[in-house]
Each structure stands twice: as C-alpha cells, then as structure tokens.
Design a protein around this ligand. Structure first.
Ligand code: NAP
Length: 440
C-alpha cells in the first residue's frame, strides 16, 4: 500500500510539487489533473511566445511526467468532472495548483465596451489557448490615425503584452506565436502603445530585464517623459535598491529616445489612474485618466484629467483565484486562504493558488518543495485504498475522456511536424482538434 496524491493543475507549481513528492518518497503515486488537454499551464499558455528560453522548462516537467508513479489526466476539470469533496475523499492529500485565473476588474464606466480586453484573453489568444484562440481581438480600432492601444498596469504581464503587440513578424519567426495572431497583429500596424501606471517609476512592478527588452523592438521605440523620472529612487534593502537603480537608468535611456525614430511608439506613462472608458457605437474610443501623485506609497488623484484616443484597452492589473465548491474563499481573494500552503486537512495549495499572482517560474520550485515537505510530514501513516479505480470509474460513468500523457505526446508530435522556419512548434489551438488528435 502506498500513498496517492492528487495535484490539480499541471503548471510549474504542480509539476515541481509532483517531482518533489515522488523523489522524496519513493513509491508514492501522483495523479496530476488539468482542465486543458495539454500540460505545463502558464509555461504553454501564459509565458510570451518570444520567451522560448523560459518556456524550455517544459523539458524538466516532461521527465517528471514520465515517471512510472505518475499519471497525467488532461481535459478533466475540477468542479465539472470531479468535485473537490470527491478528491479529498479518495486521495491521501489534494494539492491545488490551479493558479489565480480570474482577471481583476477595473471597476470603471465603459469596461464592458467592445475593445476592452483582459490580459488573459489577449495572452491566451496569442498563446493559442483553446478557450481564447477563436476570440480574435478587433485591433482595427488602433490602426494608424484612429488611436492606439492602452495597456493598463505596469507589471511583467503588461510588458509581455506590449512586446507581443509591438514586435513585427520577422522578430517572431522562431517563436510559437500562432499564425492567426501573427497575421492579425501585423495587419494592424499599431502606431502608439501606452503602458500606463497609476503610480510612479519607483512603484512600477516590472523588473529591469523585462523593461530593458522593451528597448529592442525592431519597429517600436520606447519613450518616457523625462519630467516623470525622479532624481533617484530609494528602496528598503540593497538588493531592491540595485533593481530600482537599474529601472531608473533604463527609463532615463528611453527618455532620450526620438519618438519618430521608428514606425511606432511605446509610451511608458506614470501617475495616471484609469477613470472612464468612452465609446462610440459600443466600441472603445477614448480612455479618460486622472493624474495622480504618490503619497505614502498610494496613488492620490490630483483632480486633473487627461484623455487618450485609443481603440483597444488591455487590462493587465492582476488576477483572483477561482471560487470552488466546498472551499470558502473571500470575494476577490488573490490566493486560497492558507497557512504556509495548508488550506485544510489534507488540502494544500502551491504557486499562485498559495501566494497570489507573484514571482517568476523559478519562484515556484522552492515554494512547492517547502509545501510538499509539510504535506509529507502530515500524511497519515496508513494510506487510503488506491483511489485510481474509483476515480477512473467516476470519470468513465460521467463520459469524461481523459487525455493521458501519451495522448498529449501525439498532439506534441503534430505540433513539431507542422512547425516551419525555425519555430519550436506550431500549436494546435482548438478544442476539437486537440481532442481528435489525442484520441486518434
Ligand atoms: P503585477 O506585477 O502585480 O502588476 C500589476 C499591475 O497592475 C501593477 O502595475 C498595478 O499597479 C496595476 N494595477 C492593479 N490594479 C490597478 C487598477 N485598478 N488601476 C490601475 N492599475 C492597476 O501583476 P502581473 O503583471 O499580472 O504579474 C503577475 C506575476 O507574474 C508577477 O510576479 C510578474 O513578475 C510575473 N510575470 C513574470 C514574467 C517574467 O518573468 N517575464 C512575465 C509575466 C508575469 P499598483 O502597483 O499601483 O497596484
């Protein structure tokens, strides 16, 4: 008899958790569930297509998935196909590694207008996520002369969105950007992208490496108003200070750029809080912003208003966790209530589900290891009966056709065969086709 753990979510935090469990407790079994038919979570459908170096971590996860003690159960959704109560009943422990997949709302008038997109919709679209691949954003409103794109937020997700919209076709050939996205982005020659922060350069959430990349877009020049840059930014500790100094140095460089030196411009704008989105015939026309100053770390509106002509507004302002039947979650919570990863008896959370949407992929490794060590300490000495027969029977009875790791490898093979011009893969992006290949 051996313990079996259910991990829900096959992104980095789920895979790191699975690897640590199986490595530390030989013989322990893991069932790794995912609502998608494909593994690797944000590595596949969140990390930007031009960050292939980051995406390469899938090779590490693939080794974990091929361990004999592990099963991948794709196209199985918690809450739809299996309940949390069932998982808790059958498995020795359950780990939530399902991220924080609900986009935060701005809560301003006009948010419903056609042309207002969430970062998840847009990055899901350009990453070939099957829920978003057919929801082509209408970029026509940002064609030259009729306005630009406003990206609200200054975190690394905003930076990703800006880069993917700001880069041209030849910069993306060695990526897995789907052809439909490349065609539409290049057919809509966006002239002006605004990346808007409600606070100042000292509070911006982007990191120096990501900010610097905005300076190497072939046809989009990054600019910033030098008057918005302080003499210096002070941070609480030396490591932070180094990062802040670098950010200021990069921004100073951008403030010297000639806005007309390239075909398009990225305007990095500070001290501006979104106030209202104005539309015409149901679609975005203008973004009204309130000027701010920062006091005690908070954005305080000064009373001054300014307006941008934009055809698209992208909200890149963070995420919430998804409410789950059988688990009390406060409205708008950015993580499941937990203490060091423990959510309840035999129920754990890792990654964004535990910490909220923060950190880079590597952050999840140590975090998952720490939580799994606690899980292992608390495992009852006697395992429950093998959960796999009961779970498999429940799924069969409900007509759920599980995508196994071997099935996924069929999809992957097709993606590699279809890849052209040095692209690492040509993604299969529609549910029907993913399922058909998996079952073929
Ligand atoms: P984030 O880093 O928390 O940034 C969110 C941004 O949205 C902040 O600038 C925030 O401003 C702004 N914001 C929030 N509510 C707002 C509102 N109502 N109005 C205007 N602005 C608002 O989140 P993220 O960009 O989604 O990234 C999530 C995590 O993934 C981060 O840890 C990030 O570093 C990581 N990530 C990393 C990479 C990479 O390594 N390349 C790529 C993508 C994501 P305030 O600060 O004023 O609240």
């Amino acid at each position: 008899m051996t313990h079996t753990i259910a991990i829900v979510g096959s992104g980095p935090s789920g895979f790191y958790a699975a690897e640590h469990l199986m490595k530390t407790r030989p013989g322990l079994k893991v069932d790794l569930f995912d609502r998608l038919a494909t593994p690797y979570g944000l590595v596949r459908i969140g990390v930007a297509p031009d960050h292939q170096g980051t995406k390469n971590v899938w090779r590490v996860f693939q080794r974990t998935a091929k361990r004999p003690e592990m099963r991948f159960l794709g196209d199985v959704e918690l809450g739809r196909d299996l309940s949390l109560a069932e998982l808790r009943q059958h498995y020795d422990a359950v780990v939530l590694a399902i991220g924080a997949p609900i986009d935060r709302a701005l809560g301003i008038p006009g948010e419903h207008l056609h042309g207002v997109l969430t970062s998840q919709e847009l990055s899901g679209w350009y990453n070939g996520h099957p829920d978003f691949s057919a929801r082509h954003p209408d970029l026509a409103g940002c064609l030259a002369g009729s306005g630009g794109v406003a990206v609200i937020g200054q975190g690394n997700v905003a930076v990703d969105v800006v880069r993917v919209l700001g880069r041209v076709a030849h910069e993306m050939t060695k990526t897995d950007l789907p052809a439909y996205a490349s065609e539409r982005i290049n057919a809509a020659p966006i002239k002006d992208i605004y990346m808007i922060g409600r606070r100042g350069p000292g509070e911006a959430a982007f990191t120096p490496v990501e900010l610097r990349e905005l300076g190497d877009m072939a046809e989009t020049v990054a600019v910033v108003d030098g008057a918005q840059l302080p003499e210096s930014i002070s941070a609480n500790d030396p490591k932070d200070q180094k990062l802040k100094d670098k950010i200021l140095e990069i921004l100073r460089g951008y403030s010297q750029n000639d806005p007309m030196s390239k075909r398009a411009r990225l305007h990095i704008v500070f001290y501006s809080a979104p106030h209202e989105i104005l539309g015409e015939d149901g679609r975005v026309k203008k973004l009204v912003l309130k000027k701010t100053k920062v006091e005690g770390g908070k954005a305080i509106e000064t009373g001054e208003t300014w307006t941008l002509d934009v055809g698209v507004v992208v909200k890149a302002i963070g995420y919430h966790v998804k409410p789950l039947a059988g688990l009390e979650v406060p409205k708008g919570a950015t993580s499941y209530p937990n203490q060091g990863g423990k959510v309840g008896d035999g129920l754990w959370a890792v990654g964004w589900s535990k910490r909220g949407p923060s950190g880079v992929i590597a952050t999840n490794r140590q975090d998952s290891i720490d939580v799994m060590n606690k899980l292992l300490e608390e495992l009852p000495a006697t395992p429950k009966a093998d959960p796999r027969p009961a779970i498999d029977a429940a799924l069969t009875e409900r007509g759920v056709k599980v995508v196994t790791f071997t099935d996924w490898e069929k999809i992957e093979k097709v993606e590699h065969e279809r890849a052209k011009d040095g692209a690492p893969r040509c993604k299969v992006t529609e549910w029907d086709e993913l399922r058909a290949i998996a079952r073929g």
